[in-house]
Design a protein around this ligand. Sequence first.
Ligand SMILES: NC(=O)c1ccc[n+]([C@@H]2O[C@H](COP(=O)([O-])OP(=O)(O)OC[C@H]3O[C@@H](n4cnc5c(N)ncnc54)[C@H](OP(=O)(O)O)[C@@H]3O)[C@@H](O)[C@H]2O)c1
Length: 294
Amino acid sequence: MTAPMQGKVVLVTGGTSGIGQETAIGLAKLGAQIIITGRNRERGEIAAKEIQAASGNPQVHLMIADMTSQASIRQLADEVYACYSRLDVLVNNVGMVVPTRQLTVDGVELNFAVNHLSAWLLTTLLQPLLEDSAPARVINVTGGIVGKVDLENLQAEKSNYVGFMAYSHSKSILMAASYEMAQRLSGKGISVNVAYPGGVNTTNMGRQPSTLPIWMRPLMSVVRRTLNTTAEKAARSSIYLASSPEVEGVTGQYFNTNSKLAKWNPTVFDDHIRETVWALSEALTQLEQQTAAA
Ligand SMILES: NC(=O)c1ccc[n+]([C@@H]2O[C@H](COP(=O)([O-])OP(=O)(O)OC[C@H]3O[C@@H](n4cnc5c(N)ncnc54)[C@H](OP(=O)(O)O)[C@@H]3O)[C@@H](O)[C@H]2O)c1
């Protein structure tokens, strides 16, 4: 019997550990050609071998990319175009929580840059390849506490910076942008959905208590001890959205950790918020300028 994802090319960002690595294993088991990204070649090669061993699928390709750098994201997109003539699924899984407010080499606040802008830029750069491979799927991985997007604080400009809050806000921004992208790409054969993996205490994420407000630290240490979702279970919503025939053509939706449809925060239905986030993403990546110059 043919494996269901045989012949499909899948890119999982941050596939070198945690939920991303389990996503890569699950999709490799279904027969897909997998590309994973990470920042460190040695660590990434070990991860690629682990994915091959766990899935029995030798088609695992490591690409190096640092999502804090737009030049590195552009290089990654160039490498994908150079190596592959199709891309069926893009899982924007990379995420990080930043303890203190910092700017990237491009001068962008770090949570915003990695959790939202890197996914937005990579998807935009790879859009022609995804379109050529239609029907194609984009899955953006979100966080647990998502709420209203504050247009006055998109890059954590307000003085009361707390890492976990800035992380959660950047995931809310990603969700608004995902909903907008789904509308813009509808009719182009590319679906865009959001997956919530659920809380996992065995991955590298959230290990630094300094990313939490002081009042939340004792509570969170209890919550972390009681979390029993494994990275393997947390990967299921991304794997489902990447591979299931049930969601073929489904777009602009938000799925929870059980791969069930969840309710969007109403912030995503606010046109002004979505348009402002979109315009800022274009301006910060100078994509508009590039298009105009082309
Ligand atoms: N863990 C949870 O409880 C939880 C809950 C809700 C949502 N999520 C979301 O699930 C996703 C995966 O989380 P996880 O817990 O599996 O995290 P993780 O174990 O820390 O893995 C993160 C992955 O992203 C890569 N990465 C991190 N920062 C990067 C950067 N600046 N540039 C390029 N790659 C980078 C890491 O690769 P290298 O280190 O090899 O470079 C690694 O492969 C994230 O989007 C996270 O927000 C997690």
